[in-house]
Ligand binder design. Sequence first.
Ligand SMILES: [Zn+2]
Length: 267
Amino acid sequence: MKRVLQLVFLFAIVLTAGCTAIDAVTGRQTRNFYSLDQDVGLGTQVYEQTIEEMHARGVPVNEDQARVAQLQQMVNRIGAVSDLPNLPYEVTLIQTNIVNAMAAPGGKIMVYEGLWDPKDGLARDEDEIAAIIAHEIAHVNCRHSTEAMTRQMLPNALFLGASIFAQAKEQDELAAALGGAFVLYNGIWVTRYSRADEMEADSVGLMYMAEAGYDPRAALRIWERASQQRTGNDPADSIFSTHPSDSMRLTNLRARLPEAMKIYQSR
Ligand SMILES: [Zn+2]
């Protein structure tokens, strides 16, 4: 029994001590249990599973090759000016009418065709799509997914510790207790980023798009439109659910716009 408790404490110490990293965007220390390579590995794995799932459901993926080439060029341009320019940035076009774009850790970006319509879409021109891609690339650079996963690990470790304790008490068998599924994370794509993460991705993305030569005023148009287009009971996989737009986000973007315009105009 003592051995079990020792293991749990050891695990908690490893979790809290072994996860400091330097944030490439801010230069500050952050907590991330994963290495950048693991971000790429994890993201690639989730990405491949998602493509498989789309194929299984008969959803066309990357069939509009002209559009994929255009999106990939945008991703390359914005990725190149980001803080982590060497990540393997890759965009995939999912051809359904869902209005969303997502990023997996490490640089895999998914754009849904429904995001874009020149007449009445959320994004209506290239600058507006760039605003969304830049926001997603900012999430990748800030490593928000694996940071969020790291934040969830300690509660999970304590939960695991408690269940090991309970089960080991019953059967005094550590191996059986450890056999239970320890699911660290199950929603890498549709991460519920915190509001702070969203605002950081807005600010960082605004500078990235300006630096890449896209008009940063498009970001304000997009998120203003998003706040008007959301209905309150939007599907869970839409951008309106995964990126709740509120006045704080718009205030933050307006405050950052002059700095971004300076970057944009000095290019
Ligand atoms: Zn976001």
